[in-house]
Design a binder for this molecule. Structure first.
Ligand code: GAR
Length: 212
């Protein structure tokens, strides 16, 4: 098993995507740039809730195994959740990263990966949770927004916060321009946080995340 310069095992990451996968790409690029052992983690598989997305194409280009778990292929949301948990478990990850994965996972998934399932959200939580964080901040008239990297719990974007990045809202912003600026900050933050979690380990004390 590969080890980091500090002698710790390189962590295994499974990344979940639903769309363009630029956050996944940022992780791939950084791991490629630094090398797996210096970064402290390697991506061992990429999963999605739909076919034909750029995120999966990026994974395939990087030579990574991929899997797709679509809600509509299962009789119930619970069955889908169990299947997703099984598919992820098969790769024995230390951390699971939701990088633009637009589904709420259920009990079975959290039972297996709670406390090590990281999500990135395009707003400053607890403001503007849910599927439209950028649009909602803009509509509210917020002057600053940003991104939040957090652990997933059983609520919608309510889990313990690991790190946040701030982005100013400009008068001329529409949702797409603002989201692009947020994603520039978000990609750097996610790469930094996942690396630190992998290299140093963490503990969760109530709502507080402490990275050793
Ligand atoms: C990111 O901005 C991420 O925060 C957001 O989707 C985008 C994915 O971009 N996720 C959510 O809104 C989850 N509620 P990417 O596919 O280019 O990485």
């Amino acid at each position: 098993m590969a080890a980091t310069p500090a002698g710790r095992a390189v962590k295994r990451l499974v990344v979940l995507v639903s769309g363009s996968g630029t956050n996944l790409q940022a992780l791939l690029d950084e791991i490629h740039r630094t090398g797996v052992t210096a970064y402290g983690a390697e991506i061992v598989a990429v999963g999605a809730d739909r076919d034909g997305i750029e995120g999966l194409a990026r994974a395939e280009l990087a030579g990574l195994p991929t899997f797709v778990c679509r809600v509509k292929d299962f009789g119930s949301r619970g069955e889908w959740d169990t299947a997703l948990a099984e598919a992820v478990s098969a790769f024995q990850p230390d951390l699971v990263v939701s990088a633009g994965f637009m589904k709420i996972v259920g009990k079975e998934f959290l039972a297996r990966f709670g406390g090590r399932f990281v999500n990135t959200h395009p707003a400053l939580l607890p403001s503007f949770p849910g599927a439209h964080g950028v649009r909602d901040a803009l509509a509210y008239g917020a002057k600053v927004t940003g991104c939040t990297v957090h652990f997933v719990d059983d609520g919608v974007d309510t889990g313990p916060i690991i790190a946040q990045g701030v982005v100013e809202v400009r008068d001329e912003d529409d949702e797409s321009a603002l989201h692009e600026r947020i994603k520039e900050v978000e990609r750097r933050l996610l790469v930094e946080v996942v690396g630190r979690l992998a290299r140093n380990g963490h503990r969760i004390e109530g709502r507080k995340v402490v990275i050793q």
